[in-house]
Structure formats: structure tokens, C-alpha cells
Ligand binder design. Structure first.
Ligand code: PPS
Length: 568
């Protein structure tokens, strides 16, 4: 296969028209794009998502969800939708133009709304991700972060989203096509990744380039990847560190601002289409491509080679050829990497999984030279200090009067006695006084309150401190959202203070239960408002007949067991 490197259609208007349109668009009803929508919009506008001309219409959406096809029959496996809140949707009429703004308010595009509908999210999850299971990050996003109404329609591009980082390493499809034309590259194999490159990846990419007799494009995703992944700043520094281990004349690297969905087989097909748009002729699909991890029953969502199978089926329509690989492992006797199915008989296989690598980094353990490059390990160690030096958040949840604040205070003092990291207590009452004084106790207000606490705790965790939170936090989904915010930077330890409502009411320290029973306080947790107890907290403490000191000590033991405080 030889590349057709003619420019691909973009959705941008000319520079002059953009200046005019920007002024006109300032008066339009405007939608503030989410981080994921900004990634999608960038690839829509620059042709990365060609042949899409905007966010999907209802007919296109139905075709994509049910048959992986747009209404005109073209192959497209991923719903690219503009999800909005009901209140916003109510303000928008069919036929109306809206402005699409980034998070700082800059107008990036306008969209003519041709469709507005309420999607069946459970159906979307089942068809696109294989199961309506919240353990899948994209399904969780769909149900808990995406708005309930979708708007569809063609987009007119005004300007690209602004990036201040690694600007020289970001290329639009047409910039890459132009580069390949200039270099005379007619065959290019793309390597998609969301992880740092270790020796196995290098071996795999070398082999792929050789097999396809093609040049190599290392094309890492820097938009949104799986929650908990190594951040893209660290990864790009790692990629830069290994780039000189590749032949310069036949290898290049470019960053792709894609928001991944971790949709395995469908995602592989999508990735292939995106790479075709970027001028590539071949695409590497390895084991468990874009895998989301385990489902809520502890099993893999997809088979390890399902993505290769689906890709194979649609290869001619995708327009890039698959270079498929089995899992690469290190063969000790040969001192080299082999695909798992080609290991010579009787040889010893060595492998370090992603989980094991994270454990070694966390605990400051050896990472052998056969596994990675010293430069990469140094970079990773810089951003992943051992757990005992990282920030973390202890998040107490429980009914009013369950003892959260008292245990949290005792824990704070114990941690301060140990020293080493700054400790901040974000107690429910205190937060309501300083951060959330305008909020009440409706579900909406409670969620805002908890997300504020989560945001502050995530900043503390990011900067290497210890945040102790002690709100009621009655809703599972909100606690999960906070967990995700924090786990991007450090450990999140959910502690359920499991005092029963009867016991809390019996203690009634603040006299609030009495008032709640008398109907003088409305929406009171446990009496007239729900409390969803955590099912799998890191720790559950009982407080009846147990001293506060002992409860706090249980948390300390848990922290020690998790390696968060060093036993010295
Ligand atoms: S939430 O749901 O997490 O936002 O609640 P939180 O901010 O932790 O609540 C803090 C304290 O508010 C008092 N209070 C109520 N709690 C529950 N329901 C209602 N309606 C209510 N009204 C006031 C209560 O004393 C909480 O304090 P704690 O420390 O939990 O006893």
C-alpha cells in the first residue's frame, strides 16, 4: 500500500473569515466545551476525524452505535457527540447557530444545530463498549459526566485549541502529510501508545517497520487516556529520551490530541481511520489494544486479540494495513525480545506487567536494564517518587455524627507527629463555612460541595501533601468522581465510618436528628435523605465501643500497609 498524501479536507474557514466570524459568534448562545469535547473538536476541525463534518446527527449516531456506519454507509465506529445539559439544550432550537468555546471562553468554532435528542445511554454503552458496566471508564463517563442531551450538526472551524506544551511536536493531519511528502515517505507505519516506551515497544516498532518495509511514526496520545495513566508531560519526556535510539532517517514522532475511549476493538478501527487521515499506510495493533481493564465481575472486557480480528475485517475500508503483533516478551538465553508465540523451546521468558512496573516505581525497587532504558526509568522516577514520599488523600464518609471529624482530627495529629509531609484537614462543617457557605443540602448542592473538596484535595495530593476529608458525601457516583480526580496524582483511601443511623441518632451530638425527626431540618441524611454506603472502601471502621484513638490507628495501619507511610 502506498500513501495518497494529497491534503485532507479541514473544517476551518480562512484566516480573514475566521476574524469576522469570531466577532459575529460572540453574540451567539455559547456552549463551554468539556476537556473531551475540545479534543474531539480539534480532530474534527483538522481532518483527523474525516469524513465527519461536525458532531454526529441523530441518524449518523444511530448508524454508528448500531452498525459502526454513518447514515451514508461510511465506516465510523465511535460516536462523536456533543453532549450538553438539559437546561442548555432547552435554550437551543433546531437550525440555530451556537458558539463552541474552550475552557477560557475562546470561541473555537460555531455549529449549526440540526439535531437534538435524548440518547439511550445504556444502549450506547452496550453496543459501543460491549457492556453497560460502570467499571468501563467510558461507560462511567457516559453515565456520570456526559450531559443527557446530544446536539448534532456541522461545525465551522475558527481556530485550533491552544496548546502551550510541546508545540513543536504537535502536527495536524495535513502537516504530517506534508512532512511525509517532503521526506519522500510513501509507506509509514504508525504506532499508537498511551504508555512510556520501554524496550519491548522499541523492538515491536522496529519489527513492524521492517515487516512493512515502511518508515515509522511514533504517534502517542496526549489528549485523554485511561484514568490513572502516566501523565503526558512525563511520557513525552520519556519518548524524547528514547527517540535517538531510533534511526533518524526513517522515524519521526508526533503527538495526537485524541480523547481515547478505551473501546478495544472498535477503538482499534477508529485509531486506524485516524492514522489513515494522518497519511499513514500501516498501523500496529498489538495485544489488548486500547483495553479498559477488568469489568465489575473481574473479567477482561475484551479478548486479547479481539481488536486485531475486528481490524482485519474492516481493513480495506479503513485504508491502512494492520501490522499485528503478539505480546512481546524477553527471552533470557537469547538476550532479546520475541513475540510470545515465537519463543524458542525451553527458553526462559521474562516480563514485567504494567501493574508490576507501577509497584516497583512506587516502592523504589529495581527496574532491570532488559526491561527499560535508564533514561526512561530516571524520568519515571522523577515524577513517581516512592509512595512514602507522594501525596495522598484520606476520604472519610459516613452519616452526620458518625465520628468522622473526631477520627479525622486524631489522624491529622498522628500524621503531624510523624512529620515529613504537610497535612490539611477538610472537615465537612469547616468546608461549609469557608468554601461552600452558599450551599444547601439538595443532591445538586451536596455534589458541588463534595467536588470542591475533591478539587482542593487533588491539588494538595498533587503537591505532595496529605489531605484528610471528612464530609458526609452520601452519593457513590460523586465519591467515585472525587477518587478519579485524586488518583491522577496519588492514592485515595476511602474510609467508611460505619456508625449506624440508630447509634448516630442516639448520640445526637448536635441535636440535629431531633430537629430532623420533627421535620424542622429537611433533607437530613439518614432520616429524610439517602446515604449510599460504600461497598468496597479501602477501610471500614466501626465506632461503637471502639475508642477514637483506635479508629485513627486503624487508618495509620492501613496507610502503612499501602506503603504510604514508611515504617522507620
Ligand atoms: S455533604 O452531603 O457531604 O455535602 O454534607 P456535609 O457538608 O458533610 O455536611 C456537613 C454538616 O452539615 C450538618 N447538616 C446536615 N447534614 C446532613 N443533612 C442535612 N440536611 C444537614 N443540615 C445540616 C451536619 O451537621 C453535617 O456535619 P457532620 O460533621 O457530618 O455531623
Amino acid at each position: 500500500m502506498i500513501a495518497n498524501l494529497a491534503p485532507i479536507p479541514e473544517l476551518y474557514v480562512s484566516y480573514e473569515s475566521a476574524q469576522k466570524l469570531k466577532l459575529e459568534a460572540a453574540g451567539l448562545t455559547s456552549h463551554d466545551l468539556t476537556a473531551r469535547q475540545i479534543c474531539d473538536l480539534e480532530l474534527l476541525m483538522n481532518g483527523g476525524f474525516h469524513p465527519l463534518k461536525g458532531f454526529l446527527s441523530e441518524a449518523d449516531y444511530n448508524g454508528v452505535v448500531n452498525d459502526m456506519r454513518l447514515a451514508d454507509g461510511a465506516l465510523w465506529p465511535m460516536p462523536i457527540t456533543l453532549d450538553v445539559k438539559e437546561e442548555f439544550a432547552a435554550k437551543v432550537e433546531i437550525g440555530q447557530d451556537i458558539a463552541l468555546r474552550d475552557q477560557e471562553g475562546v470561541i473555537l468554532a460555531t455549529m449549526t444545530v440540526t439535531d437534538k435528542w435524548v440518547p439511550n445511554k445504556a444502549h450506547e454503552a452496550t453496543m459501543v463498549y460491549g457492556a453497560d458496566d460502570l467499571a468501563h471508564p467510558a461507560v462511567n463517563y457516559l453515565h456520570h459526566q456526559a450531559g443527557n442531551v446530544y446536539l448534532g450538526g456541522p461545525v465551522t472551524g475558527i481556530q485550533q485549541p491552544v496548546h502551550y506544551d510541546f508545540r513543536g511536536r504537535r502536527d495536524t493531519p495535513n502537516e504530517l502529510r506534508a512532512l511525509f511528502r517532503k521526506l519522500g515517505w510513501r509507506k509509514v507505519v504508525a504506532f499508537q501508545t498511551r504508555n512510556p516506551l520501554h524496550r519491548a515497544h522499541q523492538e515491536l516498532t522496529f519489527r513492524a517497520a521492517k515487516e512493512a518495509q515502511a518508515n515509522l511514526l511514533i504517534h502517542p496520545v496526549v489528549g485523554m487516556t485511561k484514568p490513572g495513566d502516566v501523565d503526558h508531560f512525563t511520557r513525552v519526556r520519556c519518548y524524547e529520551a528514547v527517540l535517538d535510539k531510533y534511526p533518524q532517517a526513517t522515524t519521526t514522532m508526533s503527538l495526537l490530541n485524541l480523547a481515547m475511549r478505551m473501546a478495544g476493538p472498535r477503538e482499534a478501527v477508529w485509531h486506524g481511520l485516524i492514522r489513515a487521515n494522518h497519511g499513514c499506510t500501516h498501523f500496529i495493533v498489538g495485544r489488548d489494544h486500547a483495553g479498559p481493564g477488568k469489568n465489575s465481575a473481574g473479567q477482561d472486557f475484551y479478548g486479547p486479540y479481539d481488536a486485531q480480528e475486528l481490524f482485519q475485517k474492516y481493513q480495506s475500508e479503513i485504508g491502512v494495513e494492520m501490522v499485528d503483533f503478539k505480546h512481546m516478551v524477553y527471552v533470557q538465553e537469547k538476550a532479546q525480545y520475541y513475540p510470545a508465540n515465537e519463543v524458542p523451546e525451553g527458553c526462559t521468558v521474562l516480563d514485567i506487567s504494567g501493574t508490576e512496573l507501577r509497584r516497583r516505581l512506587r516502592e523504589g525497587l529495581d527496574i532491570p536494564e532488559w526491561f527499560s532504558f535508564p533514561e526512561v526509568v530516571t524520568e519515571l522516577r522523577r515524577t513517581s517518587p516512592p509512595r512514602s514520599k507522594q501525596g495522598f488523600t484520606v476520604f472519610f464518609t459516613g452519616l452526620s455524627g458518625s465520628g468522622k471529624s473526631t477520627i479525622a482530627n486524631a489522624l491529622m495529629v498522628k500524621l503531624m507527629e510523624m512529620g515529613g509531609r504537610p497535612v490539611t484537614l477538610l472537615d465537612g462543617d469547616v468546608v461549609r463555612k469557608h468554601l461552600s457557605s452558599e450551599l444547601g443540602f439538595s443532591k445538586e448542592h451536596r455534589d458541588i460541595n463534595i467536588k470542591r473538596i475533591g478539587y482542593v484535595a487533588s491539588e494538595i495530593t498533587k503537591n505532595g501533601g496529605i489531605a484528610i476529608c471528612a464530609p458526609i458525601a452520601p452519593y457513590t457516583a460523586t465519591r467515585r468522581a472525587v477518587r478519579e480526580m485524586i488518583e491522577a496524582y496519588g492514592a485515595f483511601i476511602e474510609v467508611h465510618v460505619a456508625t449506624s443511623v440508630e447509634e448516630c441518632e442516639r448520640r445526637d451530638r448536635k441535636g440535629l436528628y431531633k430537629l430532623a425527626r420533627e421535620g424542622k431540618i429537611k433533607e437530613f441524611t439518614g432520616i429524610s435523605d439517602p446515604y449510599e454506603a460504600p461497598t468496597t472502601p479501602e477501610l471500614r471502621v466501626e465506632t461503637e465501643n471502639v475508642e477514637v484513638d483506635n479508629c485513627a490507628h486503624q487508618v495509620i495501619l492501613k496507610l502503612e500497609a499501602m506503603g504510604l507511610i514508611a515504617a522507620n
